[in-house]
Design a protein around this ligand. Structure first.
Ligand SMILES: [Zn+2]
Ligand SMILES: [Zn+2]
Ligand SMILES: [Zn+2]
Length: 283
């Protein structure tokens, strides 16, 4: 039995398996809903899937005619989708505990992948859905870049922001908190000074959740779509942007992997970025 939960633990679920497919999706909807570079999903028969807790705290958002995306309304992290017509459950692999018996098989929607992310493994890459899915993707408008300004928004577009100038850093974090918060292989965060950051709209829709035992760790999300949005901390003088929410290409690339001791067992690091088993020395 494989178990999973959202970041705050309000929503918990389990699946008996077997897990039939495992795909990393780079579409803008997955990137924005998770706030991550890409989302990795496993599919499993619906009959072996069960919500253990929190089914009444789900935030449901219709992102496309076929797609009802679920997140936790308390903490915003993405939780499984159930496809009744196909009798399937699609589980975000990031927070799963237990042996899946499957590894990522392919990348899909690489035609709309984040410009700041380079696929470095040897898995097959599909521009949209793999042919066997028999479906077409949805075209999404792209934002025209403005010099010196990095922009982003949530999945539904209600919340939007911009940041000016050079970011402080950009890093991939594999800790369990990030994996649960982003429900993805890892979280990629872009850090700016809070004074470089500006909400353009929808700040009143931003929900936040701070882990009770954490010193700082807080997630922020759109309360309408569940999409990951920046967390601005005036105490720390910092804005932390979940890179999946970006609409334009930032002037920096991920610089390192951190907390790799806690990385998902199914995810293999194949790029040449520096790796830190715990926090990097300067942090
Ligand atoms: Zn939660
Ligand atoms: Zn997707
Ligand atoms: Zn939204």
């Amino acid at each position: 039995m494989v178990q999973g939960s959202c970041f705050c633990g309000a929503v918990r679920y389990q699946a008996a398996g077997p897990f039939d497919s495992m795909m990393s999706c780079h579409c803008s909807m997955c990137r924005k809903h998770h706030g991550a570079a890409f989302a990795t999903y496993v599919s499993t028969p619906l009959e072996g899937f069960r919500w253990v807790a929190g089914q009444n705290t789900l935030l449901r958002y219709q992102s496309s005619p076929q797609g009802m995306r679920n997140s936790c309304s308390v903490c915003g992290s993405t939780v499984p989708m159930t496809l009744d017509a196909q009798a399937l459950a699609l589980l975000p692999a990031g927070p799963l505990e237990g042996e899946l018996g499957i590894r990522p098989q392919a990348h899909m929607f690489v035609g709309s992948k984040a410009p700041w992310y380079t696929i470095s493994d040897g898995l097959p890459q599909h521009e949209e859905y793999p042919p066997e899915f028999g479906m077409k993707g949805l075209a999404r408008p792209t934002l025209k870049p403005r010099p010196g300004v990095t922009e982003g928004s949530c999945l539904c577009g209600a919340v939007a922001y911009e940041a000016s100038g050079e970011p402080l850093s950009m890093q991939n974090c594999h800790c369990l908190r990030c994996r649960r918060a982003r429900a993805a292989a890892y979280g990629t965060n872009l850090f700016y000074k809070d004074t470089q950051f500006l909400w353009k709209r929808g700040v009143e829709r931003v929900g936040q959740y701070k882990l009770p035992e954490a010193r700082f760790y807080t997630t922020a999300f759109c309360r309408q779509c569940g999409g990951g949005v920046p967390r601005v901390s005036s105490d720390r003088g910092m804005a932390v942007i979940p890179a999946g929410s970006l609409d334009t290409d930032p002037p920096l690339r991920p610089q390192r992997h951190i907390f790799t001791n806690y990385k998902a067992a199914w995810f293999e690091l194949t790029d040449s970025l520096p790796r830190f088993a715990e926090a990097p020395p300067s942090a």
